[in-house]
Ligand binder design. Structure first.
Ligand SMILES: Cc1cc2nc3c(=O)[nH]c(=O)nc-3n(C[C@H](O)[C@H](O)[C@H](O)COP(=O)(O)OP(=O)(O)OC[C@H]3O[C@@H](n4cnc5c(N)ncnc54)[C@H](O)[C@@H]3O)c2cc1C
Length: 445
């Protein structure tokens, strides 16, 4: 795993200055909003999860392409990716179901739907191009009651009517779904119980999230991007000389754990892709806000399955329930074909509380038995947990009356600050599309 110590960050900053980037001397600006600013980097991305990596790679490749096409000197360190841990991708991006989602549940106009569909298409193409392990498994959504069947019918109707929102996509590629007859269901997955119906999502799959992130990191560095791992951002100051905050760039203070000194680095634009830390990063900037940004945390516990029976080869999800903060305890497969169950939903106060709560197991078994009656409870073991960064608290989600979309925006009132908040599921599927969207926001294209 590639690392960049605080020393390396300082060295890179000096290197950038010696190329004229920091001094504005002969510096060739690579994107449209640049003026003659005195900064170390053109872009700083905070957070090296799958989303930060996708954003950083998109910005670095844009900079590299611009520099090639304008015959300008290559600006090898124009994008800086700051990650607080010593390795990228150790938080939510490595604690999820690794499912490439269809994009069925979030409403026509939502960013979640649009970025999920676009991201899914980009992700399959990316995996094929760069050899990232993945499989189009398909997914069954199963109904046991007439009420649950109605929920499936609503999903089906949504998929049939949806034509890509603001995206211009081929109809067939948008949300391919089909009903599975009882005979076919029995033949294909005899162990799965579906009393009232089965809806199959044909575009759903699974991906090796670590392989994806390593590939993104490689492409980012190949395009001249610089990773500063072990580099928690602790303070951010917009520079503006009385103009719009950020119009003269941004100052980021990095303070590694222990005795290491604080390093200060400057950038023209910043992207907050800090996941569970995104509210804290936001509040470092908007210190004068009366209501600071707050995130709420919903842990998802997973349980591994050690038995070889029953055998299942498709992902199996219960019918969606309004007000549930997740998609229900479902059955997913890893790329080796091993079954795992989860995630459930457990609201917690501490985002670092990632111990699997074994007390949740009886409830998980109850949920699993509804669609897999022959499951052997003695073969279920606590496995791992992930943490959802929620924009709404438990009560608001449970009533199901409010929907929290992804926030991906240029912050009004500032120049050069793109903020990503509440990037829960389907953030992994959406990551490449979020990278594309942030690139457009930054370059106003
Ligand atoms: C239980 C669960 C299951 C899920 N299943 C799926 C799924 O099957 N399919 C799907 O598409 N999505 C799924 N998701 C969602 C997906 O995992 C996330 O949306 C995605 O991983 C978010 O990536 P990220 O880069 O935004 O966040 P993260 O992976 O959390 O990365 C943020 C990074 O920022 C760093 N950071 C934070 N603060 C600072 C700071 N001050 N300075 C420097 N660095 C900082 C962190 O260390 C971290 O590495 C699931 C999520 C959960 C919780």
């Amino acid at each position: 795993m590639l690392k960049c110590s605080r020393q390396r960050l300082a060295a890179v900053t000096r290197h950038a200055s010696s190329y004229g980037m920091g001094m504005g001397v002969g510096a060739v600006r690579l994107f449209s909003i640049s003026a003659s600013r005195k900064v170390d980097f053109t872009h700083a991305v905070i957070g090296g999860g799958v989303v930060g990596l996708a954003v950083a790679r998109a910005l670095a490749e844009r900079a590299a392409t611009a520099s090639l096409s304008s015959a300008a000197p290559a600006s090898s360190s124009s994008v800086l990716l700051l990650e607080r841990h010593n390795e990228v991708g150790t938080e939510t991006s490595s604690r999820n179901s690794e499912v490439i989602h269809g994009g069925l549940y979030y409403g026509a106009d939502s960013l979640k739907t649009q970025l999920c569909i676009r991201g899914r298409q980009m992700l399959y193409a990316f995996c094929e191009q760069y050899g990232v392990a993945h499989r189009r498994t398909g997914k069954w959504i199963v109904a046991q009651t007439p009420g649950q069947l109605e929920a499936l019918e609503r999903v089906h109707t949504f998929a049939q009517k949806y034509r890509g929102g603001r995206l211009s996509l081929e109809d067939d590629e948008v949300l391919p779904l089909r009903w599975v007859s009882p005979e076919e269901a029995k033949r294909r997955e005899p162990a799965v119980r579906a009393e009232a119906g089965v809806l199959e999502s044909l575009s759903t799959g699974i991906v090796d999230s670590h392989g994806l992130m390593q590939t993104l990191l490689g492409l980012f560095e190949q395009a001249g991007g610089v990773l500063a791992a072990g580099s928690p951002v602790v303070k951010i100051t917009p520079l503006g000389n009385g103009d719009t905050p950020g119009s003269s760039g941004w100052q980021l203070h990095v303070k590694p754990e222990g005795d290491a000194e604080e390093t200060v680095v400057t950038a023209e634009t910043i992207v907050n892709a800090a996941g569970l830390g995104a509210a804290a990063v936001h509040n470092m900037i908007s210190q004068n806000d009366v209501s600071p940004m707050k995130l709420y945390y919903a842990k998802g516990n997973y349980f591994s399955y050690a038995a070889s029976q029953p055998r299942v080869t498709t992902l199996v999800y219960p019918a969606p329930e309004p007000g549930l903060a997740g998609l229900g305890t479902h059955l997913t497969l890893d790329l080796a074909g091993r079954i795992r169950f989860g995630p459930d939903v457990e609201w917690v106060d501490d985002p670092t509380d990632l111990a699997v709560n074994a007390a949740q197991l009886p409830r998980a078994i109850e949920a699993i038995k509804t669609y897999l009656p022959s499951v052997d409870p003695s073969a279920l073991q606590p496995d791992y947990a992930g943490m959802r960064p929620k924009l709404l608290p438990a009560g608001a989600v449970v009533t199901g009356q409010r929907f929290a979309d992804f926030i991906v925006r240029s912050e009004p009132g500032y120049q050069g600050w793109v903020n990503l908040l509440g990037i829960e599921s389907p953030g992994l599927t959406s990551s490449l599309a979020i990278g594309e969207m942030v690139e457009k926001l930054v370059y106003c294209s």
